[in-house]
Design a protein around this ligand. Structure first.
Ligand SMILES: [Zn+2]
Length: 134
């Protein structure tokens, strides 16, 4: 059965989020919120978008996606002022302009990206210490 694009997008969101959250984690799986520096386990953190996820052209861009705690991502709506400050004015502007571009991701491209991030995440998770104390 052919997977609908909406399902592929959801799957890519999942793997891309794991990729962002595990990218800079330590050997215990801990990493830090981009906007308030709170440290926590990657499983409890989120992938926070600077420009909203509804813009596809910036939805899967590393510059636009950083680890955030739920306090910043959800309750402070992304903590965008600090997010922008940390990105710097040039990058903030570039991402804003980029978000206005139209991007179409084809079915096979979704699948390629899913496979790509899945393999990076699985390798990264294998490097973790064998402890369950997070
Ligand atoms: Zn935070």
């Amino acid at each position: 059965m052919v997977k609908p694009i909406s399902k592929l997008k959801k799957e890519l969101d999942k793997w891309y989020s794991l990729y962002i959250r595990t990218k800079d984690m330590d050997s215990k799986g801990w990493t830090e919120c981009y906007t308030c520096n709170k440290r926590d386990h990657y499983k409890r953190l989120q992938n926070g978008h600077f420009i909203s996820r509804k813009h596809l052209s910036t939805r899967f861009l590393d510059d636009n996606c950083k680890v955030q705690c739920s306090g910043c991502n959800v309750f402070k709506y992304g903590n965008i002022y600090l997010y922008s400050k940390r990105l710097g004015p040039e990058l903030s502007e570039q991402l804003y302009l980029k978000s206005k571009e139209t991007l179409k991701i084809m079915r096979h491209e979704y699948q390629d990206k899913i496979d790509y991030y899945k393999s990076i995440v699985n390798k990264k998770i294998k490097t973790l210490d064998n402890s369950l104390d997070f």
